[in-house]
Design a protein around this ligand. Structure first.
Ligand code: BTN
Length: 275
């Protein structure tokens, strides 16, 4: 597997807020940890940190993110959005939409999103997003949006153990070069990020919901302190999953790991979604 070439990324990227400073590390503790450190010291919006290998890659809910050297995409971007902390989910949405759009453009594949911030392909985990913020009161000072994407390698099992993992090379049948994926994601990321800056997060919510694998499904959510189950109707502006229990009660869940209990057919989904 070949190392990532920065010149190839820049060639495709042209001028975006993410083309000003791209750093590629052979080995680093975690791109998110490093990006947090430099953002705290004033690194500008648009800084991109990429690693070939991480010693302590971070996943959601305190998990580790494993990826062998030169195989996959391990990337964090620094942004300084003018939004409040309770709107942080918009940043997850921006990255998830950019990744799924890029995969569609390059490979013609319909990658999906699994709440809150996983990328799925054929009901298997292809990647994950980890967004971390630093705030002063309600104002976000900076956000680090990290992406781990299985490009040429996948773990045998993902830590959630509920779904198997997949990588792009397995799906397309050849070794995938990573520069085009990186530059396409960054171009899309800028477009979606600008929509958030213009207060158009509601439009993103619609796009996000259309790509969600959970809408209309009956799910069980491990919230860390208990289990919530019911049928998913969508997400709200804050990123809470809206669930209707068997008794007909609506619940909103902001945090957790979801597993699908029952796969409903499309006609049922459509009927439910049109409420
Ligand atoms: C998840 O648990 O699904 C989110 C995984 C996010 C992993 C990426 S890899 C690049 C960036 N740096 C990290 O330490 N984590 C994120």
């Amino acid at each position: 597997m070949k190392p990532i070439r920065k010149d190839k990324i820049i060639d495709n990227l042209k001028k975006t807020i993410f083309s000003k400073k791209i750093e590629i590390f052979e080995n680093i503790e975690s791109t998110n940890t490093f990006a947090n450190e430099i953002a705290g010291k004033g690194a500008p919006e648009g800084t991109v940190i990429i690693a070939e290998e991480q010693n302590a890659g971070k996943g959601r809910m305190g998990r580790i993110w494993v990826s062998p050297k030169y195989a996959n995409l391990l990337m964090s971007v620094i942004i300084r959005p003018e939004i409040h902390v309770e709107e942080i989910f918009a940043l997850n949405m921006v990255m998830a939409l950019a990744v799924t759009d890029a995969i569609k453009d390059i490979f013609g594949l319909n990658a999906k999103i699994k709440w809150p911030n996983d990328i799925y392909l054929n009901m298997k985990k292809l990647g994950g997003i980890l967004t971390e913020i630093s705030a002063k009161g309600r104002e976000i000072d900076y956000a680090v949006v990290g992406l781990g994407l299985n490009v040429n390698w996948k773990p045998e099992t993902v830590s959630e153990m509920r779904y198997p993992a997949i990588c792009l090379s397995e799906e397309v049948g050849y070794e995938v070069s990573r520069e085009k994926i990186i530059s396409t994601i960054l171009i899309k990321l800028e477009l979606f990020y600008r929509m958030v800056s213009k207060g158009l997060a509601n439009k993103l919510l619609k796009l996000w919901s259309d790509r969600s694998i959970l809408t209309g499904k009956t799910v069980e959510i491990d919230t860390g302190t208990g289990t919530v189950s019911g049928r998913v109707f969508g997400i709200d502006r804050r990123g809470s999953l809206i669930i209707e229990s068997e008794e007909g009660n609506e619940q909103r869940v902001i945090f957790g790991d979801v597993s699908v209990k029952e796969i409903t057919n499309e006609s049922t989904n459509n009927r439910k979604n049109s409420r």
